[in-house]
Design a protein around this ligand. Structure first.
Ligand code: IPD
Length: 270
């Protein structure tokens, strides 16, 4: 069994290669390959090509591990480890040329289900900024090698809070209703457009907290580990783990203020 640090280094090496390809394809012009859950939920040719690169690179160095990718789906392994991959998180930013998109790669132990998995290592690389965020369980979180720590002792009214919205129009309206309720209670709200980078931003102190409902496993697998390893609490509905129903990430203290608000709103919405 490789160490957590070795798995982190594999994630980083592959994410860097994938990020280089995503960046190159972006410079050549982005082509939409298909729409998914709605007309605005796009997949580019680069998403597919980058995921294939990641899948092949991981299979070459970890042939017995499973794989779960946003574009190509799952493949079971025999080692008990699964690589959870978003080839380009922030696809809409990528399409528009907004420099906030990332390759997100995590390796988890157990079934590839956020309700039960244990995330062992992860890397999130933003090719447009050259930033590489990495973490391993128990080994801390880093940005280009520098240790990361969340902001401490920020009360809700001074918190800069990130969030995101899904692609379904009716769900977005509900999500916006919660933001409307929250915005008068915090410093301000940011919608950056890439969940993995939002979570890394909590780790780096660029956001005080982040929450979203409706995330897929590949959106948050690596970023949630980054946030935790930098000192954040990360959870979902009630006392449960993060998942599609809800993800809240914030330092202790702020978490206890923000989580009950999100939990009360989203518990009603089943
Ligand atoms: C999306 C982004 C966005 C978040 C959405 C995700 P994609 O992922 O992370 O910030 O709000 O919920 O689906 O589609 O760009 O890979």
């Amino acid at each position: 069994m490789p160490s957590n640090a070795e798995l982190r280094d594999i994630a980083l090496t592959v994410a860097r290669r994938a990020a280089d390809l995503a960046y190159l394809r972006r410079s050549e012009g982005v082509e939409i390959a298909a729409s998914k859950s709605s007309l605005t939920d796009i997949v580019t040719r680069a998403d597919r090509e980058v995921e294939q690169l990641v899948r092949e690179a991981i299979a070459a160095s970890r042939p017995r591990d499973g794989f779960l990718g946003e574009e190509s789906g799952g493949g079971e392994g025999t080692s008990g480890l699964t690589w959870v991959v978003d080839p380009i998180d922030g696809t809409v930013n990528y399409f528009y040329g907004i420099p906030a998109y990332a390759v997100s790669i995590a390796v988890v132990e157990g079934d590839p289900d956020p309700a039960t998995w244990r995330t062992i290592a992860g890397a999130v690389v933003n090719p447009a900024s050259g930033e590489a965020f990495t973490a391993s369980a128990g080994g801390g979180a880093r940005l280009n090698g520098r240790e990361l720590h969340v902001n401490r002792d920020v009360p809700l009214e001074l918190a800069l809070v990130g969030t995101g919205f899904g692609y379904d129009a009716r769900k977005r309206e509900r999500q916006a209703a919660f933001v409307a309720q929250l915005i008068g209670q915090v410093r301000d709200v940011r919608r950056i457009g890439a969940a993995s980078l939002d979570l890394c931003s909590v780790a780096a102190g660029r956001l005080d907290a982040y929450f979203e409902r409706g995330l897929n496993p590949w959106d948050h697998a690596a970023g949630a580990l980054l946030a935790r390893e930098a000192g954040a609490l990360v959870g979902g509905l009630g006392a449960g783990p993060e998942g599609e129903d809800l993800l809240v990430a914030a330092p202790p203290g702020l978490y206890e203020q923000l989580h009950p608000l999100a939990d009360a709103f989203y518990s009603e919405w089943r």
